[in-house]
Design a protein around this ligand. Structure first.
Ligand code: ADP
Length: 476
């Protein structure tokens, strides 16, 4: 079976968040647990390190575009364990960031069309095209349209994975004709609340849908978390499944991690203290190793619960803990972090901006407590990374956070973190206080750390579920 995965980001080529990690780990894991021939296609961005590319396969991929033919180049890479094809169209992708442009709909519509045109050049059609989030909606729409007139794609089926329902890829419906979706069922599938939505088209026109945790698959069927599309997800619920993301332990493993100051594992935690010392130094904080470090790494958006952090920060610092934050995003939250740092320069360390991989690993390794007070969280990866690094997660019980973190039960000695329900600063602080009480008792703390470090969140189980899903989708 051949499966082609289309994504707008994948490490080590380009990353803005969790999708980047997932898109690169999934095809690799699929190839490890099955004989499915999984490959990856993504755009070639300005930020992509050219040293990762092996060769240019084509300089003349012909793409039907706006009533004309446009040529794109295609590069090949084996930087991950899965064959990866990168679409090189500088007018769309040689830009300073992955998303955030007025013509994003056009950029990713072009990417999808080019990725589908590429398959023809490579050989027999894929059995399944697996698309991710709104940028993939264009491919789902095109494949649905082609099914009726294009022999090559007559038997290809589509799987659409929702990594975050809040990003809908909305644009002016007047552009639909230019993108090649002028008429009929496919045109109408885009229409949503007076705009065109690539997400809605993908959700309507794909053969099957998946999302990245079981709990999130239910949450998106409710008006509270459905972003206006809950009716559609309820309508298609027999085609919707939740598969919780895994962790790539080749990349996120404190026993082998090349980015951290000292290695450690569940059998020998000594190196973690070295990592803590190193982290405090990096952020110019006093080397007071007994004080707990509370950390957060996230995009600075409302989804991640930054308003709760803002409200709780003063009382959190009163506990005597260090606070270290890495984040890029909304100006409002960057300013808040700066004010906090200026207010308590010996307790607070901040890095504003996208830091790349090493610092994220160093924070996971050196911190004691990791915060994820998300308003909603489709899966979340950092709580699972934290657990592996003996850093105890404090999370709100939503989406994948609820599925992967088990509240610590002192009497039974079970659980790997601290979970709160209400989306309030007091509830977050309640869990932080609980965590700090446990931190003060080294044996109790060690038990929580080890419960997390020994949890198996590897991709193996998830990859097997995807393989089953691909087989089912191919038969639809
Ligand atoms: P989301 O996909 O919603 O951003 P996830 O928890 O699933 O959230 O994944 C976030 C990923 O992005 C993690 O690998 C995290 O380390 C990384 N990340 C987030 N913000 C930054 C940043 N400013 N610098 C470096 N890495 C970051």
């Amino acid at each position: 079976m051949r499966v082609t995965i289309l994504t707008s980001e994948a490490v080590p080529f380009a990353k803005t968040g969790g999708l980047g990690d997932v898109a690169s780990a999934l095809p690799k894991a699929i190839r490890a647990v099955s004989d499915v021939d999984a490959s990856l296609v993504l755009p070639l961005y300005e930020q992509t390190n050219r040293a990762l590319l092996r060769e240019q396969l084509f300089d003349n991929l012909e793409v039907e575009w706006a009533g004309d033919i446009r040529r794109a180049a295609v590069w090949y890479s084996e930087a991950t364990a899965a064959p990866t094809f990168l679409i090189d169209a500088p007018e769309y992708f040689a830009r300073a960031s992955v998303y955030g442009f007025r013509d994003d709909h056009e950029r990713f519509a072009f990417f999808c069309r080019a990725a589908l045109a590429l398959q023809r050049r490579l050989g027999p059609p894929p059995d399944v095209v697996h698309v991710n989030d709104w940028p993939g909606g264009f491919a789902a729409a095109e494949l649905r349209a082609r099914r009726s007139f294009d022999d090559y794609y007559a038997h290809t089926r589509t799987l659409f994975s929702i990594h975050n329902l809040a990003y809908q890829g909305a644009f002016d419906p007047a552009s639909l004709a230019r993108l090649g979706f002028a008429y009929g069922e496919v045109h109408d599938a885009f229409l949503f609340e007076g705009a065109a939505s690539a997400l809605k088209a993908g959700l309507m026109l794909s053969d099957a849908l998946s999302t990245v945790s079981r709990r999130y698959s239910y949450e998106i069927q409710t008006p509270q978390q459905g972003y206006g599309l809950d009716w559609l997800l309820r309508m298609r619920r027999d085609r919707l499944i939740g598969v919780t993301n895994g962790v790539d332990y080749d990349v996120w493993n404190p026993a082998t991690d090349p980015h951290i100051a000292a290695h450690f594992s569940a059998d020998d935690l000594a190196g973690k203290l070295e990592c803590k010392r190193d982290l405090l130094r990096r952020f110019s904080l006093p080397e007071d190793l007994d004080r707990p470090i509370i950390a957060i790494i996230s995009r600075l958006v409302a989804q991640k619960g930054y308003d709760l952090i803002q409200q709780a920060a003063g009382r959190m610092l009163e506990t005597g803990a260090f606070f270290i934050a890495l984040g890029a995003g909304a100006r409002e939250y960057e300013d808040f972090l700066q004010v906090l740092r200026d207010h308590a320069p010996h307790r607070v360390g901040i890095y504003k901006g996208y830091a790349g991989e090493p610092l994220a690993h160093q924070i996971e390794a050196g911190a004691d407590i990791f915060l994820m007070p998300s308003l909603y969280e489709p899966c979340g990866l950092n709580q699972m990374y934290s657990m592996r690094y003996g850093t105890v997660p404090v999370v709100r019980a939503t989406g994948g956070l609820d599925d992967t973190v088990e509240n610590f039960d002192r009497a039974r000695g079970t659980g790997n973190g601290f979970k709160f329900q209400a989306y309030t600063a007091d509830a977050l602080l309640g869990s932080i206080y609980e965590a700090l009480y446990c931190y003060a008792e080294p044996e109790v703390w060690r038990a929580i750390q080890l419960n997390g470090m020994r949890a198996d969140n590897s991709w193996q189980a998830a990859a097997r579920k995807y393989v089953e899903l691909y087989r089912a989708v191919a038969q639809m």
